[in-house]
Design a protein around this ligand. Sequence first.
Ligand code: AMP
Length: 477
Amino acid sequence: MPDFSSLQLIAPLLQSLEEAGYTQPTPIQSQSIPHLLAGKDLLGIAQTGTGKTAAFSLPILQYLANKPHKIEPWHARALVLAPTRELASQIYESLQVYGKHLGFFFSCIYGGVGQDKQVRDMKRGVDVLVATPGRLLDLMNQGFVKLGALEIFVLDEADRMLDMGFIVDIKRIIAKLPAERQTLLFSATMPTDISVLAQRLLKSPVRVEVTPAATTVDRIDQKVLFVESSKKTRLLCNLLVQESVDHVLVFCRTKRGADRLVKDLTKEGIGCAAIHGNKSQGAREKSLGNFRSGKVKVLVATDIAARGIDVDGISHVINFDLPNEPESYVHRIGRTARAGKEGTAISFCSASELALLHGIEKAIRKKVPVDVAHEFHTQGFMGDRPVASTIFNGKKKVELPKPEAEEVETLKAVIREVTHVSPKRLAETPRPLAKTLESSASRTALRRPVNLGELRPSRRVKRPAGLAPAHQKSHSR
Ligand code: AMP
């Protein structure tokens, strides 16, 4: 593994890296930096936690230092586009760390705060501008940001940008870029729409791919705990009082769920803070600051707010709710076990989340070990995992509590997903279908004991969140 000096970085950058305590480049850094210093375009397949921020920031800073010139007001020499305010702020902070001895001027533009400071920054001209798409476009439309003199453009976390619906904004921004420029695109995954975007944006790019999702998660001690939805808060409290659980990021699916959980934990005397899209920027930064400094041991977050959170020493990630997208699971648990440290990821799974768990296990290509050693291990699950085979062949009767309405809907949708049989037909003709169901049940998340008679037809079948119809599935991964 080369050290930073063998990457031909200039002395002020080497000094900052030394002060930051970096001794060796990460793989994405050693593979990207030489090409970027040579002015090449780059397609980087890497996720947060791999050191990709330094991989693009260091060459940008070196380029600017080697080619100094005056910046016109309202212009920037380099632009880094990031999907969320948190990620943009982190990139901005990293630039300040790496560029400490170079005297460049950076600015960070994102929504949710007043625009006055951002406009003042632009008025003087900016060396590296970090921005989220919405506010950037807003300021461009008002004439406060001009991209005509841009020399380097970085599109970070492109897949997440698309997931968040920024494609139109991004296309508008791209349309304003000068043709002559260096372009870098980073994405954790490479679905077709990103490949198309990359082809449009990049000229003969170097492709660098590091740490596929599956290998990152291998370093993390993962467990799943089966628990009824109504018992999740009590289970969480039990875990949080354990001494080893000292710096915990808890994920909820909804903003309201996150707020409710913070209230419940506070009532139990557990210091916690929330971070989600309904919080003001000031409130988010305060929560993050309190968590970072250890003032509170628990940060409760939703997916979008947590994207890119870079807090060292998170001992545990707890999925209070499983995410709808398997890839979010990988991103979530990647907040722990950073920089070579150990980390634990605990996922709570209620019966209605089994399909989501199955999707995750498929994506990470392994089974998440089940921890049954807790007070709330769900009754009605057999062995360590819920199974359903006995239900479908009808040979063995299993007495079970009647599933909640939500679970019935989920199970119906799962059956329809794997058998392509409507719930109506299923309920009308359960016997001929039993065999199909039996074999498909072993391949699906439908492993919870259930009586087919409970699956009465209903007019509207709500597809469980995260379950795309079979014909749409391939493109989501
Ligand atoms: P990133 O993927 O850019 O979000 O970086 C993840 C974390 O790794 C950040 O906390 C960086 O400060 C840290 N980091 C980046 N490069 C290095 C390096 N070469 N050595 C040690 N830590 C690093």
